[in-house]
Write a protein that binds this ligand. Structure first.
Ligand SMILES: C[S@@+](CC[C@H](N)C(=O)[O-])C[C@H]1O[C@@H](n2cnc3c(N)ncnc32)[C@H](O)[C@@H]1O
Length: 322
């Protein structure tokens, strides 16, 4: 984790010991205890090592190297290694000619937001729930000072390690932590992306307050979450599962979400996008081993989830820290 050497330069020296101890413990757990990581980490040593491979982070499908950098046998071996790292939820990527057609076409979301957010050049960015790092690498194309991800789920963190080993982007790092495991850091980031995570948090206002504290004054929050249509300030709390997910707690109306943001310390709150999730954006491919959107919806009425709730509608809000 290259960033560990830069904590003082970033002005984060006050939390250095706590961060170092936390990450050392997580690294120990991941490399010695977590079953998925213990299976995946040794595979990183079998990745091709191509000096000077061409990399394009500013493309819908992030491109690492070219097909003819490898022999067809090497490419087949690489494909087998990449398959071991399934589920590839976020992407797409083209790695030495192997196309990872991930479950989500994350480029669609990035294209909806990239021209509406504060320009990322020179900024310190936090991406909460960064998964394999697709957005971190897309952000790096804008030359931020730093793009730091938080990804607590070991298989996704291992995907990040795989990609970073091939890309070697110095402005990007990722810590295998939950947001709430971070030390009580304040005024550390100029932009925070919190996308696809809020509905999974039991205490959404607490999470938003923590994000406000992490931002500098005037810093920008990019918040994307599941919402429900409707007037007034209320949130739908699914009784059990929502779209077959057991960990969805609150789906607010836009007015409710704006109220949460105000109470958490944000102003200049505006909704820049609302999109119904479609099977163009989320679908089953060979790069996942599980069900996908079509299986989560009512087969007779795609406006409803399998449980009869409103189908997934996602909003993106921008807000400035007061
Ligand atoms: C639905 S995915 C969204 C991924 C990505 N941000 C996006 O918008 O496509 C949620 C991600 O957040 C991670 N996550 C869940 N709870 C978290 C928490 N408390 N702190 C940080 N990450 C979390 C999950 O492991 C998962 O990778």
């Amino acid at each position: 984790m290259a960033l560990l050497n830069e904590l003082d330069a970033l002005g984060w020296g006050a939390w250095k010991q706590e961060i170092e101890a936390l990450l050392a413990e997580k690294e120990r757990f991941i490399s010695q205890v977590d079953g998925n990581a213990r299976r995946l980490l040794p595979l990183l040593e079998r990745l091709p090592q191509i000096a000077e491979s061409e990399i394009d982070l500013d493309a819908d499908a992030i491109r690492i190297g070219a097909g003819d950098d490898l022999s067809s046998q090497q490419r087949e071996e690489l494909r087998e290694i990449l398959m071991e790292f399934r589920h590839w939820r976020k992407g797409p990527f083209n790695i030495f000619g192997v196309e990872i057609d991930s479950e989500w076409r994350s480029n669609l979301k990035w294209n909806r937001i990239k021209d509406q957010i504060a320009p990322l050049a020179g900024r310190r960015i936090l991406d909460v729930g960064s998964s394999c790092g697709y957005y971190l690498f897309r952000m790096a194309a804008s030359r931020p000072r730093l793009a730091l991800g938080l990804e607590p789920y070991a298989p996704f963190y291992c995907q990040y390690l795989l990609l970073q080993r091939l890309i070697g982007e110095p402005s990007v790092d990722c810590w295998p932590l939950k947001l709430e495991e971070l030390p009580a850091m304040t005024d550390c980031f100029d932009s925070i992306f919190h996308m696809g995570v809020l509905s999974h948090q039991r205490a959404p206002i607490d999470a938003l307050k923590q994000l406000a504290g992490l931002l500098v004054r005037g810093g920008e929050l990019v918040l994307e979450t599941l919402i429900v249509e409707g007037e007034g300030e209320w949130a739908f709390c699914p009784p059990k599962r929502y779209a077959k997910m057991h960990n969805v707690f609150f789906l607010p109306t836009i007015a409710c979400l704006k109220g949460w943001l105000e109470r958490a310390g944000f102003d200049n709150i505006r909704c820049i996008d609302q999109t119904w999730t479609s099977s163009e954006e989320q679908r089953r491919t060979e790069w996942i081993k599980s069900e996908s959107l079509a299986d989560f919806l009512d087969p007779d009425d795609p406006r409803k989830t399998a449980e009869g709730h409103p189908a997934p509608l996602r909003a993106v809000l921008l807000a400035d820290r007061r």
